[in-house]
Design a protein around this ligand. Sequence first.
Ligand SMILES: Nc1ncnc2c1ncn2[C@@H]1O[C@H](COP(=O)(O)OP(=O)(O)OP(=O)(O)O)[C@@H](O)[C@H]1O
Ligand SMILES: [Mg+2]
Length: 435
Amino acid sequence: MNDFKSMDLFAPLQRALAEQNYQQPTPIQAQTIPAAIEGADILGCAQTGTGKTAAFALPILDYLGHEKPKTTPNRPTVLVLAPTRELAIQIGDSFRTYGKHMKFRQALVYGGVGQGKQVNELRRGVHVLIATPGRLQDLMDQGHVSLENVEIFVLDEADRMLDMGFLPALKKIIAKVPQQKQSLFFSATLPPKIRDLAARLLFNPISITVASKTPTVERIEQSVRYAKRGNKLASLTDILNGNDVDRAIVFTRTKHGANGLAKKLDRAGIAATAIHGNKTQNARQRALEAFRQKKVTVLVATDVAARGIDIDGITHVINFDMPVDPESYVHRIGRTGRAGSDGIAISFCTQDELDELRAIEKLIGTRIRVENPEMKFEVKQEPSKGKAKPRNANRSRRRKSNNSELRNGAQSTYRRRKKVQRSGKPGKTQRTATN
Ligand SMILES: Nc1ncnc2c1ncn2[C@@H]1O[C@H](COP(=O)(O)OP(=O)(O)OP(=O)(O)O)[C@@H](O)[C@H]1O
Ligand SMILES: [Mg+2]
């Protein structure tokens, strides 16, 4: 299926896609949209920047367009969860873009801002609620939203959502969503344990993984630069002053580090701004907008901007600090090289970060080219196979115990669940898991 027309999508959606100049569906869209329209539960995995948002937004809007379900105050029909406020906002923009020629109502719910406007929108009744888990749970606790009418449930960045930080809120939310619903889970990375867990939350899921040799986008030219802590800044300004840098995201490990680095770059004459979790939501939005609108060339960010953020024309991603989670590397560098464009990803690696580098290489299944192999660190033994790496050891242990907690709690409920056929699409058989 290499044509949106042959998908039989609601005509106003076709129009919007043509206006967006989407010539043909990406592989993840081609594989998931027809199945999702039929009502299947989907676990979709495809590289960064390959159009996963439309892969869930289009079948949802198609349903809303064809079936025209009525809104009920405080009871959304569709729930989309995302890990960050910025991503929730962006997903809302995508729904608006794809759905611009049809009537539907949506609300955004995320923390860091007053809840009054969000509460009012919910009260008026919405089809689509796009939310981050914390604020949603808050509003549920206060009785401003009930999930009992949810027919379609989406987890964007599913592995992150099912990871330790979000589990407590997510468990409470999942418990309130009706058992009979359609679930659509997406991410560019689905570690086996999380894939397992996700699959248990889905009814007979169609697991769609777009085949690729590595989870990272091939068009991103990746390299590592060995560095000493003290010379990272000089190395970074060198790169950023280069002619080929149009727009760059620089990732740091800490919020404090992001702030300090943005200031230092500014002082060095490179227009930079920082985005991280300690800023107010307005300041976060302002930073992202300044970057989106090219008022600054460089965005210095923590992992809060690692996932899902889609900004055109980012030429460079620089890991000033190595990410702690190998998955995070895939998402960080995926802010460039989107929708078929090229990109450059350079990661600074100090001796202390060699373990992280090895973990990343293991995940992506390839060695990353080192720009300066002549730089010598003190010889350090590579961790032996199967042995937990000291730096990440606690993290993975915590993750494991949390996951098994959800698995046990959810098993009995979800395994027995029966699937309902979405109205208006009767008699269509559901495909079973393909891989
Ligand atoms: N069929 C299409 N044709 C052309 N461009 C597309 C198509 N589908 C999506 N795009 C564009 O591709 C870009 C990336 O899409 P999107 O943000 O949905 O990727 P993603 O797979 O969710 O990435 P990530 O894993 O980073 O979240 C967007 O700018 C979007 O407008
Ligand atoms: Mg995405």
